[in-house]
Ligand binder design. Structure first.
Ligand code: HEM
Length: 400
């Protein structure tokens, strides 16, 4: 075969067609252009596991300080994601022990109660939209509880966080609506902090951050940055993971059968979904010097996309990497990043995913996704559905 019909390696995360199924693009990048230059938007992309693994550990060369998105986002707050040591080290110390597996374990019961409350109204109907009725609500409710935001504000906050990550087709940069939404979030956070001053002291995450600010360990901009990142990072990604996992179990009935027969495989199935179809496709860095890799030079100052979900399907790293195997338990995937900026909320996300999936499978083991009504969100970083309508045998006895 001459290969004449094979498309050339290409990567454009602003092309909506790429969002439908980016994995063939990723494979061509890994095999033929492991250092790819997107000349339209003038950025580079790394797609192999080994290269992404090294880059996230080398902040001196692959810096986050100019932002962890491909676009330069002009907001007046400083987030932990967009920092290098020593600033990053200080910020990470303030937050990291709030989200350790031990710290989040106590949330399991309330996560389960919330999940059951959201699912139960649909038990007798035999249909639910996994995203809009459930997966978009659960993580937001949990993060609002952790941050101490009123329940009535959840829908409004979710609307703004959705708008903050959406990108318009073919357009490089944050649309005006996205900037406006981030502005509204910041205004909301400022109001929330002002309101606290009039209320009895609390012991939530924000209270902890406020005391760090009071002790001079955190600037006001950094406090806002934390509120922003915790609201957005903890929300969209977990929602999308649940939708992606239901979709993969629907597409792989053999794997669903294995999971139903052996529920103890659920944590492994969550890891495999993170590897196989994780919500965070890529994060960006800026190179601080010319970098020579696989015969290509990335010039100093250029943005580089680290495509974690391509790395996670690298056949140089995983055997049979393009197959979904819930027994694999790949704890070293890059779905939560790696190295310095590895996800602070990973233990919470894993807990939420395990409990949410347990409850969804208990309610509707025979669910069928209506593929004709699936819809995707469009973001260069986050992959997942905005709607996943499913039907199932009504189960009025569910947690009755
Ligand atoms: C960082 C993914 C859930 C908070 C990251 C990074 C990834 C990621 C890939 C690394 C970014 C980089 O290297 O530039 C995910 C996914 C989640 C999830 C896929 C759900 C399935 C959460 C939750 C929270 C959270 C629930 C908070 C409660 C953070 C924070 C960082 C981060 C604060 C920044 C860490 C740092 O810069 O040191 N996440 N995340 N994430 N995540 Fe998550």
């Amino acid at each position: 075969m001459s290969g004449i019909d094979t498309p050339a390696p290409h990567y454009d995360p602003y092309d909506y067609r790429h969002h439908d199924n980016p994995y063939p693009d990723y494979k061509r990048l890994r095999d033929q252009a492991p250092v790819f230059h997107n000349s339209k938007f003038d950025f580079y992309a790394l797609s192999r596991y080994e290269d992404c693994f090294r880059a996230v550990r080398d902040f001196r060369t692959f810096s986050s300080a100019q932002g962890s998105n491909l676009e330069n986002i002009n907001i007046e707050v400083a987030t932990i994601l967009d920092s290098d040591p020593p600033v990053h080290t200080r910020l990470r110390h303030i937050i990291v022990d709030l989200f350790t597996p031990d710290s989040v374990a106590s949330l399991e019961e309330s996560v389960r109660d919330m999940a059951i409350d959201l699912l139960r109204p649909h038990a007798s109907t035999g249909s639910i939209d996994v995203i809009t009725d459930f997966a978009a609500r659960l993580p937001m409710s949990i993060i609002c509880r952790l941050l101490g935001f009123p329940r009535d504000d959840e829908d409004m906050l979710r609307g703004w966080t959705d708008a903050a990550v959406h990108r318009n087709e073919g357009e490089f940069g944050v649309p005006a609506e996205g900037h406006a939404a981030m502005g509204k979030l910041i205004e909301y956070f400022e109001r929330d902090i002002a309101r606290r001053a009039t209320l009895p002291p609390r012991h939530d995450v924000i209270a902890r951050l406020l005391s760090a600010e009071g002790e001079g360990r955190l600037s006001h901009g950094e406090l806002m940055g934390f509120m922003l990142i915790l609201s957005v990072a903890g929300n969209e990604t977990t929602t999308k993971l649940l939708g992606n996992m239901m979709f993969q179990l629907h597409r792989h009935p053999d794997q669903r059968a294995v999971l139903l027969a052996e529920p103890s495989l659920l944590p492994s199935a969550v890891e495999e979904t993170m590897r196989f179809d994780g919500p965070t496709q890529m994060m960006a860095r800026t190179v601080t010097r010319d970098v020579e890799l696989h015969g290509t030079t990335i010039p100093e100052g250029k943005k580089v996309a680290l495509i974690f979900t391509s790395a996670n399907r690298d056949e140089r790293k995983y055997v049979d990497a393009e197959s979904y195997d819930i027994r694999r338990n790949p704890r070293d995937h890059l779905g939560f990043g790696g190295g310095l900026h590895s996800c602070v909320g990973a233990a919470l996300a894993r807990l939420e995913a395990r409990v949410a999936m347990q409850e969804m499978l208990a309610l509707m083991p025979d669910f069928v996704v209506d593929e004709t009504r699936l819809d995707r969100m469009h973001s260069p970083n986050v992959r997942g559905f905005t709607t996943v309508p499913v039907s199932f045998t009504p189960n009025p006895g569910y947690r009755a």
